[in-house]
Design a protein around this ligand. Structure first.
Ligand SMILES: C[S@@+](CC[C@H](N)C(=O)[O-])C[C@H]1O[C@@H](n2cnc3c(N)ncnc32)[C@H](O)[C@@H]1O
Length: 196
């Protein structure tokens, strides 16, 4: 949103006041509102988009319908993951990273939302052009983010696997990071639909 706001007149919404306040502190124009009931007139924005939202909604198609109502031309969903498409190397990591998806489900999210975006647009009478950012990080980026990435995996797998499996995974992670063999394919999907 920061980047868009440097070029366009952008208004954001989030239902969580803490998120709203933190965005306002970054100089963004943001209102507290529910994605199912946007406080804007029909057709009041050229484009309405969301990011990393669909996976947390009980009724994503309904939210897209509301975005379509407020949009004049375009509706877009950005950065929606699909953990079913995730690939990790070395193999010891596959056993552990599957718990990232299970953790999202535990918190009420849908880790397999990416593949469903087209269907949500269809349900609203829009043809959604769907694509993906492949999410293959360079080794340099993996090294920079390694602490946080491993912490996420460890948190999700903690208590779900034997201690020894977690330890083996960490050794494999560190070795692969050292040799530069560590690989993650972690795609996030987008969908863009035109209101006709
Ligand atoms: C993963 S965060 C994404 C935040 C931001 N959109 C981004 O891309 O960085 C998901 C956000 O969706 C918000 N959210 C969840 N359900 C919502 C709803 N029904 N209406 C509005 N916001 C909602 C949460 O409060 C949370 O801040």
């Amino acid at each position: 949103m920061e980047l868009l706001a440097t070029h366009f007149d952008v208004t954001g919404v989030d239902k969580d006041m803490k998120m709203v306040q933190s965005a306002r502190l970054r100089g963004l124009q943001v209102a507290q509102a529910d994605a199912y009931d946007l406080p804007y007139e029909d057709g009041s924005y050229d484009m309405v988009y969301c990011s990393f939202l669909m996976l947390w909604l009980d009724d994503p198609a309904k939210a897209i319908g509301e975005m379509k109502r407020v949009a004049k031309h375009w509706v877009a969903c950005l950065a929606e993951p699909d953990y079913g498409a995730r690939i990790d190397h070395p193999a010891e990591l596959t056993e552990l990273t599957k718990y990232l998806a299970i953790e999202i489900e535990r918190f009420g999210g849908d880790p397999f939302i990416g593949r469903k975006l087209r269907s949500f647009f269809n349900q609203n009478g829009m043809e959604g052009e769907v694509g993906a950012y492949q999410g293959v990080w360079s080794v340099e980026m993996l090294r920079q983010q390694s602490g946080q990435e491993w912490a996420n995996i460890e948190r999700a797998a903690d208590g779900q696997v034997e201690e020894s499996t977690l330890r083996k995974g960490k050794v494999a992670w560190d070795e692969a990071l050292g040799t530069g063999d560590l690989f993650q394919f972690n795609p996030v999907f987008y969908a863009l639909g035109r209101k006709v």
